[in-house]
Design a protein around this ligand. Structure first.
Ligand code: CP
Length: 310
């Protein structure tokens, strides 16, 4: 099963089957139990982190993961300080770093499809760290791992996905990954930010039950998981559209009054005003644990893709 990962690109959550995800999650469990067991496993390998868009969690966890594994790290977290600002293309940037001996690329880009494009150019694996509003597969792996850890299973759960489902790439990738499991999904969003047709079509083809709602209070009482997302102001083309939906949802203690005591709230972060800090101290909150899980998950993923364990 590890062999399924070796040398491959991680561009879309659609590309990973349930058994492969489960194998990855078991290895993350092992790493969490035996901290340090992968220390130095990829000594001497070189990763290029090419972040053309801002990031706190994804950049940092890939960087720390690489260093924990003994890898050398190159690249940038702000393309403004590179020759991209002079007009250098993604194609040429990839070719340059490949020439410096890069063994793996991790790319975040505002353009949809940028990671797939990079994967066609590079001879080494490319990991998509977020491409526009389309996908963020390693976040989806982290999300699923967090759900599995909270409940001991994913099958049978009712999952609500709230917020900006149209422009939020974590929502799309989560849906693709969840489609491997027997779950019921509620998409909770204003009409203008509802899940994109191609994502809905994919779910339909997989036979996953999903419904659309505009109000959280209609579904909150039945949910096991509430996945909250930020409205992606930077991706909504018309600022007046953003103003119309701004502040539409705020998950706070009042909004959770009918929630099951066992409800778990996830959020890929960063949050703005859609998730109140009042929730942080409750048993519902899993988002900081979820963010922390991104580190061991990305360590294991690197070792699988670059063949550091057998
Ligand atoms: N979840 C996530 O992608 O966060 P960053 O944008 O900070 O990397």
């Amino acid at each position: 099963m590890i062999a399924d990962f070796k040398g491959r690109d991680v561009v879309s959550a659609k590309d990973f089957k349930r058994a492969q995800l489960e194998e990855l999650f078991r290895a993350v469990d092992d790493l969490e139990k035996h901290h340090g067991s992968l220390e130095g496993a990829l000594k001497g390998k070189l990763v290029a982190l090419l972040f053309f868009e801002p990031s706190t969690r994804t950049y940092s966890t890939f960087q720390i993961a690489a260093r924990n594994l003994g890898m050398k790290v190159s690249g940038f977290s702000d393309a403004g300080g590179t020759s991209v600002s002079k007009g250098e293309t993604l194609h040429d940037t990839i070719r340059m770093f490949e020439g410096y001996g890069t063994d793996c690329f991790v790319i975040r880009h505002k353009r949809m499809g940028a990671a797939r494009f990079a994967a066609k150019i590079a001879d080494v694996p490319v990991i998509n760290a977020g491409d526009g509003s389309r996908e963020h597969p390693t976040q989806a792996m982290t999300d699923l791992y967090s759900i599995r850890k909270a409940f001991g299973r994913i099958d049978g759960l009712k999952v609500g996905i709230l917020g900006d489902l149209r422009y939020g790439r974590t929502a799309s990738s989560l849906v693709y990954a969840l489609s491997n499991y027997d779950v019921e999904i509620s998409f909770i969003a204003p009409e203008s930010l509802q899940i994109r047709p191609e994502v809905e079509h994919f779910l339909n083809e997989r036979g996953v039950t999903a419904k659309k709602e505009t109000e959280l209070d209609k579904v909150i009482g039945g949910l096991d998981v509430l996945y909250v997302t930020r409205i992606q102001k930077e991706r909504i083309p018309d600022p007046t559209d953003f103003e119309r939906v701004r502040g539409k949802y705020e998950v706070n203690l009042e909004a959770l009054k009918d929630a099951k005591p066992s409800l778990k709230i996830l959020h890929p972060l960063p949050r703005v005003d859609e998730l109140s800090p009042d929730v942080d101290a409750t048993n519902y909150a899993r988002y900081f644990t979820q963010a922390a899980a991104g580190l061991p998950l990305r360590m294991v993923l690197f070792t699988y893709v670059l063949g550091g364990v057998s």
